[in-house]
Structures are given as C-alpha cells and as structure tokens.
Design a protein. Structure first.
Length: 737
C-alpha cells in the first residue's frame, strides 16, 4: 500500500481512477506508511479518515496514526477491530443481551458442509432451499453480499467470496423474510473522553423487487441499490414504524455505541421484523433487547465510517435535524478535537474566530438581506438523463450555497404526467415544479425526490416527523449548548411547495431571481424552458432558445457546423429515418441500405433529439437492428447488458420512442485502458497503443457569446463495450468501495 499527497484539483475527480495514473508524476509519494504518518504528525492538527472497509474501518489507519501520535476523528484502533468483524460483533451483541440474527461462520479452506447442514437444521431451515444471506465478515455493509438457497448454494457463494479475495472469513445469516431494513446515524456530543451518543432520525430502507433486466436479483440492499441511481429502493426518514419501535432503535444504537467504545460518529444498520418474528428461533429471545410489542429490532452492521457522498445517510439524517453538510462535519471534527488535550487551545481559538466571523456575517446579512441575489436551480424532468440532472442540480445548489451574496433555492421539474415533453403549450399547463427544502434534495433519483415531496405534505407524516425531529433537536441542543464551539443549527426543514411551470416562472420573476437550468434533455435543452423564461423576462444560464433547439437536434447541429469544414471542423455522415419506418419495414433491407449509403460495416444509432448517451448503440448486423427495434416497439426503458452481438453495458433507451433516428458510421476510437501496474509495478497508469486515428474527448466551454473559453479536454475510458456503461456514466467504480 502506497500513500500520496494529492492536490485539491485531483481530489475533485469522480473516482480514484481519474487520477491514479497521474500519481507518479503529479503527487508527492511517501516511501513508507511510517514516513506518511510522520509527515502528518509534522503538518496537520487532526486527521479525518474516510477510508471505507479494510485498513479504514478495521483499525489499520487508526493504529498507524496512534503510533505517530496524530489526533484523528473517529473510533480508536482496538475498538475498530472489535466492531468491524461482523461475526465477532454479533457474538458480542448476543453476550450483551441484544437480539441477533442466527448465523454460521465459514473460514477459508475450513468449510465443513456437514456442519453447515447441521446449522440449517438447528434453526429449522430447509437445507435444500432455505434462504440465507452470505457476506464477508470484514468488508463494507454491501460489498460481496449475496442471497443463497440451501446449504450447497450457500457453500458455493462462500467459496466465490474467497476466490474473489474479498475476505477469508464469511458469515451466513438467516434471511429475515418480511423484515424492514433501517439505518441510523449516531453522533457523540460528549466532552473530552466522556461519550454521549445521540441517535438522529433513523431511515427506513424500502426495497422493491426488480422488474427488468435484474429480474433474477433478490431483494437485498446491495452495492448497486446503495450507490447507483435506481428505482428499486426508497428511503423514509423517519421510518414508517410505530413510535415504540423507533424509540427502541434509537436506544439500542446508543447502547451499542457506548458498549463498543465508538467515538465521534458512526452508522448502524439493522432490521425491524414485525410480529410474529418467524425467522428467529423463539427460545430465550423474550428477554433480549430488541423485543417490542410490534416486533423485533435487530442490529446487523456497524459502520465506523459512514458514507459521505453528498446524498448519503449522514447528510440526509443530519439535514432533518438542522445540520447542513458543512455544519455536521464541523461538529464532528470539533467534537473529536475536544478529546485531544493538545488541540484544546487551538480548538478554542478556532471557536473564538468562527464566532467572530459568524457575528460579522450575521450583521452583514441583516444589513444586506434585501441585496442578496436570488437564484433558482431547476433539475429533474422525465428524460432518461433525469438522474444525471439531479446530480448536476444538487452539485450546483450545494456549491452556490457557499456564496454569502446568493439566496439559492433548489427546484424539481416533476414528470410530465404522460404529456409530450416537447409540446410547449402543454408543458406550461401540465408540468409541475416543486421548490424543495434542504433535506428533500438529498436523494439518489428524481422519483425519490418527487415521492418525498408528497410524503412531506401528508398530514400524518408531517405530525410524526415534526414530533420526532423536535425531540432529537431538543436532545442535541441540550448537549451541544454546553460546548463553546457549537455554532447552532443552520437549516430549517420546511415543506416543499408545488407550482405549475407557469406559476413557478411568475414566482421567479416576482422574486427578481436568475434561473440556473440543470435539466438534461427534453424541455430543459430543446429551448422550451429557455423560451418561457425569456418571454417572462427572467434571466437564465446557458444558450438561448434557438441555440438550444439547434444543439438538441443532432441533425440540425450537423448542418449548422457543416460550413466549418474548411477550418478543420467536420461532422459524421448521417442517415435520418422515421422510427415508424423502422418498425414497419424489412430490417434486413434497411440494414443493407444503411451499409451502402454510409459505406460502413458497423453502424451507430441514436435518437435525433435526446441526450448525448440516450439510446446510443453500436449495431453490427441485422439481428442487432432487430433487438434495437423491438426495444423501441416495446417501449423498454433500457437494453440489458450484452443483448447485442458483442459485449456492451446497459443502454438507457428514450421513453417514449423518438420520432426519428440517426444512423452514422461507427467511428472506431483507440482503446485506452488503465493498467493495474505501472512501469515500476507501484501504481496504475494509462495504456494507449495508438492503433487508430481517433480518441473520444469531452470539452467544456464557458463564457458569454463571442467570448467563449475552452477548458482542458477529458478523455473517455470505458471498461468494456463501445458505449459507456451505467457505472461508467455515473462515475462509480464498483471495486473501489
């Protein structure tokens, strides 16, 4: 393992792969981890470890820092080691009187199938098809987690985890049929070495069965559901559980935090199993902690370093009780500083300075409250790129919030309720826009945000959420008010407000606001929103209606730049065909005609008017064209991976099907891959053979008309196939977390 000091510019990347290959030339490398620790001891006050899994949560990085006397946020090494091992933690919980999930430990090269079958029998589970969860004992809460049926398949899945090198110990647990999963963030708000854990509002994780290409996938909260945009999971904060159950969860998490000696913050996952709890052995459970009138509460995973992507559970739950992203992180860091005597004086100085700055800032805000420029960030919609739009809009909103002279409001463009998103007259009357409170933005999909808006205004949920939020905030206020460094809560959890699109434009105009358009595809890029805002005299970001309409139409774009060929700017030959023609004609005849006209053996197909990656596929034969046509005919939301003649990732399809399609010669680009070994076998680097003439690049341009400036281009690296996969599109590397 190697350590490097990287720059903030490198940190602002989508995955480690974006800068791994640059480390040797652009980053400061430390020859050993000890040298790295010495560097930290000499240059930093405190370290905030955010390494997930091995070395990050098993006590590895913590032990390194402890030996170098470097203060750090989070739990000490010995306590990490004890809590990170799922099997040992389960034994400890059982010994301390908690309800636990029946489980069986399997160690590499020590798998005794007869003993596993005996365990199935001991808990009245059918050894042929009894349903269990198989997972590594020492890995993230969703890494390597699979479902198995019967002892034989469970043993096979365990061997698979061993062979993948994820872990050399596997835990097999009873599948909690009918259970509801939850997760809870806990904050330590004590002083010095006195722990005082307070549990925030837990989140219910509602899983829904897969209905498309993943139909064989069992309903578990796996990596894809946790980290990628998907309609297979929804979150409810607080849970839709009885009040007694929520109270039991919060008390149990607090007890667990204290017993394991955790520090500063953590995330605890578990299950609520409504009565009767048929998945649990009945003997001796009556006196265990977790039994309630309504069912059983069980804790299954201790996450010592909660995920901290911008829509993570930490920020979702913190925002419900008054903390912004920066305020909750600052609270965690300052609490950690109070545990280290060497940092008390600097922490006090930091507190005094921050209070002085806060007072000056508040005075300035009061003085200039009417001078703040209002900005509305709109995102969402119903195109296949709506999830990218949500991420774009969330990123813009969070970054703009850092400017004191801006008052920024996030807004969701709701789905169109079946009306054509390209009909401007219908759009004004049929489209809705929601202004959102802070907490409702922090979701993985537009569908989640939209559903959360309705849930947030449901009277019963409003009453329950308000009561529980007030309870948690009162506990936090009582504890944190004792701390000189606590700067108070900085956000309120308001209700979302629904407008028609025209009402929203009128509201924006009255507020004298500027609109940041972050809606991808559809009316966000075809000139519709731009035209409506321009007609109302509302300023907005991006090109005007005509340029937007032109750029959205790939054929019009090609024609618009065709005259620039003499300047070295070229476009690809195109053949435009009506979708209706494709669905009614002989596909073999169309294929042969395309090959002849375009002078190519393989064809790239894409909608004439849609996002840059929607419905884009490489076709190699008439059979591929038939698969694509059938997907359009069936209005499929996506083409499953590898359904064409060559390997490829999932292809998001336009719904409803476009009026016309573009066919182009497929341009073979040079393959660029990231090698796992460098020239000195230490780090990864790019490998480019240079066999073809073309590379795929993306270039951003900023500025105003006539004074545009190009940013540095980015190259595109694909793991497989010719079109970016879902994981690559959302820039998540499955192996890295």
């Amino acid at each position: 393992m190697n350590a490097f000091a990287i720059s903030p510019a490198q940190l602002y990347s989508n995955t480690p792969s974006d800068f791994d290959f640059k480390l040797e030339s652009l980053a400061q490398e430390f020859s050993t981890l000890s040298e790295f620790a010495e560097h930290l001891a000499a240059n930093v006050d405190i370290v905030f470890p955010v390494i997930h899994g091995k070395f990050g949560e098993d006590g590895g990085i913590q032990e390194l820092l402890e030996k170098a006397n470097v203060p750090f946020v989070g739990t000490p090494s010995n306590e990490c080691l004890r809590a990170f091992d799922k099997h040992n933690a389960s034994l400890e919980l059982d010994a301390q009187g908690f309800l636990t999930v029946p489980n069986f430990l399997v160690e590499k090269d020590k798998l005794a199938k007869s003993q596993l079958e005996e365990w199935f029998g001991s808990i009245n589970l059918n050894k042929e098809n009894g349903k269990v969860i198989v997972k590594p004992t020492r890995a993230g809460s969703s890494i390597g987690v699979v479902v198995a049926y019967g002892a034989n398949e469970a043993a096979e899945k365990a061997e698979g985890i061993f062979s993948e090198g994820i872990d050399d110990k596997v835990i097999i647990e009873v599948f909690l049929e009918g259970g509801c999963e939850f997760t809870a963030i806990v904050l330590d708000v004590g002083t010095a070495n006195n722990s005082e854990p307070i549990v925030l509002l837990p989140t219910e994780v509602e899983l829904q069965s897969s209905i498309s290409s993943d139909i064989q996938e069992d309903t578990i909260f796996n990596y894809r559901r946790k980290y990628l945009p998907t309609q297979q999971v929804a979150y409810h904060t607080p849970p839709r559980f009885p009040a007694e159950v929520i109270d039991c969860i919060r008390k149990g998490v607090s007890l667990l935090f204290r017993h394991f000696g955790l520090r500063d913050f953590a995330r605890i996952d578990g299950w609520f199993l409504p009565s009767p709890a048929t998945s649990l052995p009945s003997s001796e459970n009556g006196v265990k902690f977790g039994n309630t009138e309504y069912g059983a509460v069980l804790f299954t995973d201790i996450n010592l370093i909660s995920g901290m992507e911008q829509t993570s559970f930490l920020f979702q739950q913190a925002s419900k009780v008054g903390f912004s992203h920066s305020r909750i992180l600052r609270t965690i860091v300052q609490r950690a500083c109070s545990r280290f005597p060497s940092l008390v004086s600097s922490n006090n100085a930091w507190t005094a300075l921050s209070r002085k700055m806060q007072s000056a800032k508040q005075a300035e805000i009061i003085q200039n409250v009417t001078c703040k420029q209002k900005a509305f960030v709109i995102f969402g919609g119903d195109t296949s790129e709506r999830q990218v739009s949500l991420m774009s809009g969330t990123n813009v909103w969070l970054n703009l919030q850092g400017f004191d002279d801006l008052d920024v409001t996030p807004c969701l463009l709701a789905p169109s309720s079946g009306c054509s998103s390209h009909n401007q007259d219908l759009s004004k009357s049929s489209r809705d826009v929601w202004t959102l409170p802070y907490s409702l933005v922090l979701r993985h999909t537009t569908e989640e945000v939209h559903a959360a808006c309705f849930e947030a205004i449901e009277p019963e949920r409003v009453e329950i959420t308000s009561r529980l939020r007030d309870q948690v905030m009162k506990e936090l206020q009582q504890a944190l008010s004792k701390q000189d460094w606590f700067a108070g809560f900085d956000i309120t959890d308001e209700q979302p407000i629904k407008y028609s699109l025209q009402q929203w434009i009128d509201y924006v105009k009255e507020a004298k606001a500027v609109v940041f358009i972050a809606v991808h595809g559809g009316i966000g890029e075809d000139g519709t929103i731009q035209s409506l805002l321009e007609s109302a005299g509302v300023p907005y970001t991006g090109p005007g209606p005509i340029a937007s309409r032109t750029c959205m139409d790939k054929v019009a774009t090609s024609l618009a730049v065709d005259h620039l060929a003499s300047y070295g700017i070229h476009t690809i030959p195109k053949d435009v065909r009506a979708t209706e023609e494709l669905l009614k004609s002989s596909l073999v005849d169309i294929w042969n005609d395309l090959k002849a006209k375009l002078q190519t053996e393989t064809v790239c197909v894409k909608p004439a008017c849609d996002g840059c990656s929607t419905g884009v596929a490489r076709l190699r034969c008439p059979e591929d064209l038939e698969v694509y046509a059938n997907a359009l005919r069936g209005k499929l939301p996506r083409l499953p991976a590898n359904c064409l003649s060559r390997a490829h990732g999932v292809i998001e399809m336009p719904v409803p099907p476009p009026e016309s399609l573009i066919f182009e010669p497929f341009i073979e680009t040079d393959e660029i891959i990231i090698s796992n070994k460098s020239r000195n076998d230490s780090t990864r680097h790019l490998v480019w053979k240079g066999e073809n003439e073309w590379l795929e690049v993306t270039v951003g341009v900023v500025g105003k008309r006539g004074e545009m400036h190009s940013l540095n281009p980015s190259i595109t690296v694909k793991e497989s196939g010719d079109i970016l996969s879902l994981e690559e599109k959302f820039q998540v590397e499955l192996e890295s977390t």
